[in-house]
Structures are given as structure tokens and as C-alpha cells.
Design a protein around this ligand. Structure first.
Ligand code: SF4
Length: 341
């Protein structure tokens, strides 16, 4: 039988001693909570992105735009360029929409309840709960993949994901008290990322080992069980690196809707099983090899082609600046093309 109060106390004690120091975080037990803007920004950045990768972006964003109102005033293209390299670009568009909504509807002050937070553009159940708990110390049930993993192991849950989700949420809620809900949420995050790791949990260092049913089975890493996924499909495409002979590269602005919407990109073909080679201008195109990239729903091989030429329909951009403004898939293609040019 799992003893929730003892497990809870053990993890909070561990957190008091071992909390990660993160740029967006107040120390354990702090009476002044981290500003909601910083919690929200960090949570959006951390969706699908690791802490070491997100941290420098967070520092840059909060130095450049210290408040949500400052962020709301940014031009779309400027925000997209600052986001380049973080991936999942729909998040950047939602970030701006949310900052503008908080500024227009709430005078630049984040609302405090989960329900109001959830109504903001791009704010899902996880982010609403995280902001309510961490910034406002409300007893919100903050459940992401890390928490699901910890719960499934603590209770040795034999139901596979995704069917196990409602049950895992119910189990996580057992631990949410009115006392220190923000610290509890962060303690679980730290445990999930540093100790109860996906492949090799460090059970000998875990403050919850005394009550972990998964550990008792001898193979805690088996949890959470998963229903087998269909394989990710593969697509191909052509990317065109057109230079003007004086260090500038032809970029295009991608349509607002769809993958990498609103971002700067290289001219490219469609991405499909058999894409057509249709370069944006007639020039002496030569092959420069290929690059691979994995998106959430498919993997991509981009054949890179290079040529020198001109044209009025492009954003002619110095190569160094282009590399910074492009999302990762196009940056890889640009580097490949310039190396072969
Ligand atoms: S004992 Fe091991 S499996 Fe159980 S919660 Fe701790 S790290 Fe995870």
C-alpha cells in the first residue's frame, strides 16, 4: 500500500536539499514566487526542448523583453527569428498570441486561476497547471511525461500509455496538497528529469525508493508500459541554396499556416515521397549532398542544391545572419550548401 503522506514528505525534503538552480526558478520554500511571466515562458520553451538547450534562449528573451507587455509589442518576424533553433514553431506563434491576450485583456498581469489561464491562446492543461502552482502556489495537478513516468513506476501500473493517462492523472492528484504545491510540482519535475530517468532510473539515489512498487518488481524501467506506435513516415524534398556572389543567400518567408509557418526558410520543393526538382530560378544548379531531419510526425531527407544567381522575389540575407534566423532543418541545408559552393 503506497503511503502518500510519507512519500510526499520525503520528496519535499529531498527537494529542499537538491533542487536544481534554474534561471526561471525561485529557491525551494521562497515566499516571493517566480513571476508568472517567467514560469509561463520557461514552460512553453521546455515543451519538447531540454533544459540546457532552452536556458540560453530564456536568458536572451527575458533580457530583451523583461515583461509580458514587452514581448507582446514585438513584431512577429522578430520573435520568429529569436525563436529559431528552438523548434516546434507553432509554440512561438502561440507565445506571441498569449502575450498579446494577457496585455490586452488583463493589463499585462497574468490571471491566477487554472481556468482563466487555460482560456489563453496556446496554454494547455499542463502549462495552466504549472503556472497556477509555481507562480501562484495553487494546488494544481501538474502532469507531464515526467510525472506520468514517476507515477507509473511508484504504483507499478500495468495499463499501457496512452490508455493509462486518466489513471496516472488521478494518482498524481493524490499528492497535491494545499501545502507547498509549487514546490511539489517542481520537486516531481526534478526527480523525473534527474533520478527517475526514462532509460536508467537511479533508484539507489531516489528518496521514494522505500515506497516504490515498480522498484520492488526488479525492473522499474519497464514502466510506463506503452502501446506500440506506428512507424514515423519518411519524406523527401529539395532545398535550394542560391547565393548572389557577394556573401548573401536567397531566403523566403514561409506561409503563416503549416509546418514552420511564418519562419524564414530556404526555397524548397514540396516534401513528399517523390518531390519534383523545381528550382526557384534558372541557374547552374549543382548537387551538394543531403541532410536528414526528424520532425514529430515524419522524418525528412533534403537534397541540397547550390547555384549563384539573382531574383527579386527573395529576402537577400548575409549568410551568417541567415544561419541564425533559419530553423534547424534549413540551417543544416544552408551549411551543407555553403560548404559545397
Ligand atoms: S525508486 Fe526508482 S523507479 Fe521508483 S520512483 Fe525512484 S527512481 Fe523511479
Amino acid at each position: 500500500m503506497t503511503d502518500v503522506p510519507s512519500l510526499r514528505a520525503a520528496l519535499l525534503d529531498w527537494y529542499d536539499a537538491h533542487a536544481r538552480s534554474l534561471p526561471w526558478r525561485a529557491p525551494p520554500g521562497a515566499t516571493t514566487k517566480t513571476a508568472p511571466y517567467r514560469v509561463w515562458l520557461s514552460e512553453v520553451m521546455l515543451q519538447q526542448t531540454t533544459v540546457p538547450h532552452a536556458a540560453p534562449y530564456f536568458e536572451r528573451f527575458t533580457t530583451r523583453w523583461p515583461t509580458v507587455a514587452d514581448l507582446a509589442a514585438v513584431e512577429d518576424a522578430e520573435l520568429m527569428a529569436a525563436w529559431a533553433g528552438l523548434g516546434y514553431y507553432a509554440r512561438a506563434r502561440n507565445l506571441l498570441a498569449c502575450a498579446r491576450a494577457v496585455t490586452a485583456e488583463y493589463g499585462g498581469v497574468f490571471p491566477q486561476t487554472e481556468t482563466e489561464l487555460l482560456a489563453l491562446p496556446g496554454v494547455g492543461a499542463y502549462t495552466a497547471a504549472a503556472v497556477a502552482a509555481i507562480a501562484f502556489d495553487q494546488p494544481a495537478n501538474v502532469v507531464d511525461g515526467n510525472v506520468e513516468r514517476v507515477m507509473s513506476r511508484l504504483f507499478a501500473l500495468e495499463t499501457p500509455l496512452p490508455a493509462a493517462r486518466p489513471e496516472l492523472r488521478r494518482l498524481a492528484a493524490l499528492f497535491v496538497y494545499d501545502d507547498r504545491p509549487g514546490d511539489w510540482a517542481q520537486a516531481l519535475m526534478d526527480l523525473g528529469s534527474g533520478v527517475c530517468r526514462p532509460r536508467s532510473p537511479l533508484c539507489d539515489q531516489c528518496p521514494l525508493a522505500f515506497g516504490c512498487e515498480g522498484l520492488k518488481t526488479g525492473t522499474p524501467e519497464r514502466y510506463p508500459l506503452k502501446t506500440k506506435k506506428a512507424e514515423r513516415p519518411h519524406r523527401r524534398g529539395h532545398a535550394y541554396v542560391l547565393t548572389d556572389g557577394s556573401g548573401r543567400v536567397a531566403l523566403v518567408r514561409r506561409p503563416d499556416k503549416g509546418l514552420l509557418g511564418g519562419m524564414a526558410g530556404l526555397p524548397t520543393s514540396d516534401w513528399s515521397a517523390a518531390p519534383e526538382f523545381t528550382p526557384p530560378v534558372d541557374a547552374g544548379w549543382s548537387a551538394a549532398g543531403s541532410v536528414e531531419h526528424v520532425f514529430t510526425h515524419f522524418s525528412l531527407t533534403l537534397e541540397v542544391h547550390v547555384a549563384e544567381g539573382g531574383g527579386d522575389d527573395f529576402l537577400w540575407t548575409p549568410a551568417e545572419e541567415a544561419a541564425k534566423a533559419l530553423p534547424t532543418v534549413f540551417r543544416k541545408a544552408l551549411e551543407r550548401g555553403l560548404a559545397a559552393a
